[in-house]
Design a protein around this ligand. Structure first.
Ligand SMILES: Cc1cc2nc3c(=O)[nH]c(=O)nc-3n(C[C@H](O)[C@H](O)[C@H](O)COP(=O)(O)OP(=O)(O)OC[C@H]3O[C@@H](n4cnc5c(N)ncnc54)[C@H](O)[C@@H]3O)c2cc1C
Length: 428
């Protein structure tokens, strides 16, 4: 039953502060009828799983909040798969799996919900385990046209239509339907070492170049705000070559103090973040994030980091920062044409976070402009976009969509016109 309440309580402060038309809490007959007849106004209907992005709610729009009604989690010890309701987040997924000595390549935070999985899902373990979307073997939900579906991962003998639909849903689901549950393959739980330290810019440039030659069980993450912090994640159990660990030590400056923690799995991973002084400030801040994708940077990382330095010195406030995570390995073994995550050759996913004091329109404009300027610096090396966050409300939505899906976009749009003919779900 829908509720006419005007707010939802979510992690994302911009979404949290929106005044909504109302909230649906389940996909009942009434909502299905509204989808079938296209009678939801205004469009789009927004969907909230983990509630961490700025587009799980918007002023004047309806949100379908899945968090109360889709809490099921069932692990099957025989197939080692898990059925996972769309109201859960990554923390509950990892916690549940750890009880069975299993795991899943979650991202750098366990707060996101299944939005993390259906938009691709880049984990610090993706180089050895693949993307989150690559673990999905079944999806259940409701198309934008109100019809229910349950679809399994196709094989070579599946019909072209099933292959097309699967491709659309894997990375493009938010445009086509509402996912209510997923069946996922799981991974054996592995010990992990996390190395954390702070670096100067020149050291970061060197480390980026070294990281591009690391084995697939090691990934580099870095975050650049007031300082530069790096976060190296090493999957220990598959770590066969001791020499590489010694080499890794050498890749850091000899005199660097590195904080090394050994943890039993991703469920115990320390937070990857920098202190954000804006959060200690009593005023509330809103933010937007864009995620980019690109191949190895090699010697170009020098020019890139130097070019970013100027804009980093002009950050609109301390809540604005740049970060990146490393891909490659297993995530590049899947063909470009089998999912909507086409940037399979990407090695780096940088993301840009910009923020402003809530309600200050001028500051918002300046912060968004800063984000666009940083994006322009990254574009030659990272021309792709990872649509982990959507921005239908911003001027560059079309540009980010084009860069996310490239030559696949026209076919994805055709799928949308069949499965979401009234444009109930976010615009593509
Ligand atoms: C602290 C933090 C760390 C992160 N780290 C990583 C990382 O390491 N790797 C990575 O790849 N990403 C990362 N992200 C990005 C995050 O995975 C995406 O923004 C993701 O979309 C958020 O998922 P959510 O369930 O919280 O989405 P929500 O904010 O609830 O929704 C996001 C969007 O997806 C759509 N959507 C959500 N659920 C459904 C559904 N069930 N059916 C159809 N559409 C739906 C909604 O319309 C909405 O537009 C991180 C985000 C945060 C906040």
């Amino acid at each position: 039953m829908e509720k006419i309440h005007s707010h939802i309580s979510v992690h994302n402060s911009l979404a949290q502060d929106c005044i909504l038309s109302g909230v649906f809490e389940e996909v009942n007959d009434e909502l299905k009828e509204l989808l079938r007849t296209g009678q939801i106004a205004p469009k789009p209907l927004l969907v909230c799983s983990g509630g961490t992005s700025s587009r799980c709610a918007a002023n004047g729009h309806w949100t379908l909040d899945l968090r109360n009604s889709y809490q099921q989690i069932n692990f099957d010890p025989v197939s080692k798969t898990i059925e996972f309701g769309a109201g859960n987040n990554m923390r509950s997924l990892l916690k549940n799996l750890a009880e069975f000595d299993r795991s899943f390549p979650t991202g750098l935070s366990t707060l996101p919900g299944i939005g993390y999985i259906i938009t691709g899902g880049i984990s610090p373990l993706s180089r050895s385990q693949g993307l989150a979307i690559d673990q999905v073997i079944e999806m259940q939900g409701i198309w934008g046209n109100g019809e229910a579906f349950k679809i399994c991962k196709p094989n070579k003998s599946s019909s072209p239509e099933d292959q097309l639909i699967w491709r659309g849903l894997c990375g493009g689901a938010p445009f086509l339907g509402i996912i209510t549950s997923l069946k996922l393959n799981t991974q054996p739980i592995n010990s992990i070492e996390v190395w954390q330290t702070s670096l100067e810019k020149d050291e970061l440039i060197e480390l980026i170049q070294h990281a591009e030659n690391w084995p697939n069980n090691i990934s580099l993450q870095w975050i650049w705000g007031e300082k530069i912090k790096v976060f190296v994640v090493i999957a220990i159990d598959i770590y066969k070559n001791k020499k590489s660990l010694e080499q890794l030590k050498k890749d850091f400056q000899e005199n660097k103090s590195i904080e090394i923690s050994r943890i039993p799995g991703l469920h115990k991973m320390p937070d990857f973040r920098i202190e954000n002084p804006c959060k200690q400030n009593h005023n509330k801040f809103h933010s937007e994030v864009i995620s980019l994708l690109g191949p190895a940077w090699g010697l170009n990382s020098h020019h890139l980091i130097k070019s970013l330095t100027n804009l980093m010195s002009k950050r609109p406030n301390e809540g604005c920062f740049i970060a990146a995570q490393q891909l490659g390995g297993m995530s590049s073994q899947i063909s470009r044409t089998s999912t909507s995550f086409i940037h399979r050759q990407a090695i780096w996913k940088p993301w840009i976070t910009t923020s402003w004091e809530a309600g200050d329109q001028k500051a918002r404009e300046q912060s968004l402009k800063w984000l666009e300027e940083v994006w322009m610096i990254f574009t030659p090396l990272c021309p792709g976009v990872h649509l982990a966050q959507m921005h239908q409300h911003l001027a560059w939505h079309q540009e980010e969509t084009r860069r996310a899906f490239e030559e696949w976009l026209p076919d994805l749009q055709k799928l949308k016109s069949r499965y979401d003919p009234h444009g109930i779900l976010p615009r593509l």
